[in-house]
Design a protein around this ligand. Structure first.
Ligand code: ADP
Length: 601
């Protein structure tokens, strides 16, 4: 079970959890950091050169022929500035490119790790309401996004900017302590306003992102539901729903802008106070012969280096906060070992296929009690049918036999060995499962059939398709086996599932209402394919269609999670119990009497 989020995740533990993902790029990181340091040094060159220039020009204009010496000065500073800019091109490139490279790689490893983990989780994890696919996707996406942004902030934004600021401050202090003190006293005010700004915007940015997602999902939902919307004439309702989302989004956007513009204004003002104070102080010191005239320029430019990173503080503050919130949910997904599917070590080489359930009780993770004290036997090589009304627990039994879930109590044995002891992969390789509606992956028919046996040759695929009565239909399509499988009809998709089963060729087959959504002709054809595949295999079939269960070797009848009757069709009908009731209802719904009249005539 997912633990409730605690709010205690601090930067240290985020960095600790993030480290394994960043570690492979540590050389690159140290390289980037070195570049950062050189870059910060380079950023101080302009102020220093300007001071040097102003002071020298000031001295030169006292000379009778300032041009002669001036030319030499200009050459020197041009060379210095151009060299610095050329070096800067490489530094900037290296810093940005490697920073991005680290960011992109970390993002990929985080996403891949999440996928790898999720594939190992047991089915109960996915049945939990907080893990619905949409929510899970959002948690992973947001986690990856905000953690990646944290890495980016750290290596691309924060470090270079703050290195720069600290170096500039040090130079200011070295040049003149009083000016340094002014610069440093302005900073707390700046920090304070930035923190206020971040606080005011806290949550709004997140709300904005949510709003944008809702907006785009809204359009997708409308397009998906177009038939229903039009047939119920609900265009107005849908439009109003979107308008509400849009209105919220607009309000949030305007709020963010208003807040940002206001606070940015205040910050500029504070910065200007700093600039003015520095101008006044440096001018005073110049007049007092304590520093040279060039130092005015030096200090103003250095102060700009100090204040530039702090201007970004509110954004960084907000993003780091985001990382706190989403990182927790993300790491919970990838670190929760309790959710990993348990597996035994017993490998199946050739399953005989006799299942036995002994006093099995089972409750779904959401608390729904689905099975009560079920004991039954499924014999190898025979066909066992599970019958009962919807919700009786038939599919649940298949879920347990597939080891998708574990019973609360009782035991399930396959060939005398407890299911817990089997290695999951090896057990499931022995079982073929066909559902009422089988998943068809995006891709070609050929790829979808091949899912049954990844290494199958083209001939094997064609043979399987033939056995599933699908080959002739495929050959009539313009792209044949390369056609898009998701565009096939329900009956054709069902045949793909059966072709997969032929390719997989397992000794045990579970059929969960395989023909429930098909028309009469397709039902008959699929029944024929299934009859062919049933030979010499252990088959468990769930079906509402009496025609498919009357021939079963044994029928188990379930009612509200309990086993109420068992036996062959004829015996069960004689018992006048639940089976007889279902049988009679089926006969009536089929209007058997009338059909029999027609057939007799
Ligand atoms: P049947 O196959 O006989 O129609 P099921 O085995 O699907 O019935 O369902 C038995 C009971 O378990 C029902 O009450 C159903 O709502 C519940 N159930 C089935 N699947 C889940 C699930 N994934 N999570 C929670 N409850 C479930």
């Amino acid at each position: 079970m997912a633990k409730p989020f605690s709010k205690t995740l601090d930067l240290v533990s985020i960095v600790r959890q993030l480290w394994p993902f960043v570690r492979p790029y540590r050389t690159m990181i140290f390289g980037t950091l070195a570049l950062t340091l050189v870059g910060s040094l380079a950023a101080q060159v302009n102020p220093l050169v300007l001071k040097y220039t102003v002071d020298h020009v000031d001295a030169l204009i006292q000379l009778p022929d300032p041009m002669k010496e001036g030319l030499r000065l200009l050459t020197i500073i041009s060379i210095i500035l151009f060299t610095k800019e050329i070096v800067n091109i490489f530094i900037q490139f290296g810093q940005k490119f490697y920073g991005e490279k680290i960011r992109i790689n970390v993002s990929n490893s985080l996403a891949q790790k999440a996928i790898r983990r999720i594939l190992t989780y047991h089915m109960g994890f996915f049945a939990a309401p907080e893990n619905q696919s949409g929510k899970l996707q959002t948690r992973i996406d947001r986690g990856v996004e905000s953690l990646t942004r944290l890495v980016q902030n750290f290596f691309i934004d924060i470090l270079p900017l703050f290195c720069n600021a600290i170096l500039a401050l040090v130079i200011m202090f070295m040049a003149n302590v009083y000016v340094g003190l002014i610069a440093i006293t302005i900073l707390p005010a700046y920090f304070y306003v930035s923190a206020r700004q971040a606080k005011k915007l806290q949550g709004v940015r997140r709300q904005l992102r949510g709003g944008r997602e809702n907006k785009s999902n809204g359009l997708l939902n409308i397009i998906d539901s177009m038939t229903v919307i039009k047939s119920f004439v609900r265009e107005d309702v849908e439009e109003k729903k979107q308008l509400v989302i849009q209105q919220q989004l607009t309000d949030d956007q305007l709020y963010t802008r208003r807040t940002n513009f206001t606070y940015d204004g205040v910050k500029s003002f504070i910065e200007q106070i700093g600039v003015v104070l520095i101008i006044i102080l440096t001018a005073y010191l110049v007049l007092n012969h304590q520093i040279s005239i060039g130092a005015i320029m030096l200090h103003i430019m250095l102060f700009n280096n100090v204040s530039a990173p702090i201007r970004q503080l509110h954004r960084i503050y907000d993003e780091v906060n985001d990382a706190f919130i989403y990182a927790e949910a993300f790491f919970q997904i990838i670190e929760d070992d309790e959710e990993i599917e348990q597996t035994g070590t017993h490998a199946v080489t050739e399953a005989e296929g006799t299942f036995e359930m002994k006093q099995v009780n089972f409750t779904y993770p959401n608390g729904t009690r689905a099975l009560y004290d079920i004991s039954l036997k499924i014999e190898r090589g025979k066909t066992t049918a599970l019958v009962g009304l919807s919700g009786a627990g038939k599919s649940t039994i298949l879920n347990l036999l597939n080891k998708f879930y574990e019973p609360d109590s009782g035991a399930i044995l396959l060939d005398g060995v407890n299911l817990n002891e089997y290695e999951n992969a090896s057990l499931r390789s022995e079982i073929g499962l066909v559902l009422q509606k089988n998943h068809i992956f995006k891709g070609t028919i050929e790829d979808n059939i091949r899912y049954g046996k990844i290494e199958a040759t083209n001939e094997e695929i064609v043979t399987a398709a033939r056995k599933a009565y699908l080959h002739d239909q495929i050959m009539e399509l313009p792209m044949q086996y390369k056609s898009d499988a998701q565009l096939l009809s329900g009956g054709q998709q069902q045949r793909i599932a059966i072709a997969r089963l032929f390719l997989k060729d397992p000794p045990i087959i579970f059929l969960d209402e395989p023909t429930a959504s098909l028309d009469a002709i397709a039902t008959e054809q699929i029944k024929n394919s299934l009859d062919a595949i049933k030979q010499n295999r252990t088959v468990v079939i769930i079906s509402h269609s009496i025609s498919q269960i009357v021939d079963a070797d044994i029928i188990y009848v379930l009612k509200q999670g309990r086993l109420v009757e068992s036996g062959k069709h004829e015996d069960l009908v004689k018992q006048e119990g639940v089976y007889k009731e279902i049988f009679d209802a089926s006969a009536r719904s089929l209007n058997i009497a009338r059909i029999a009249q027609t057939l007799n005539a």
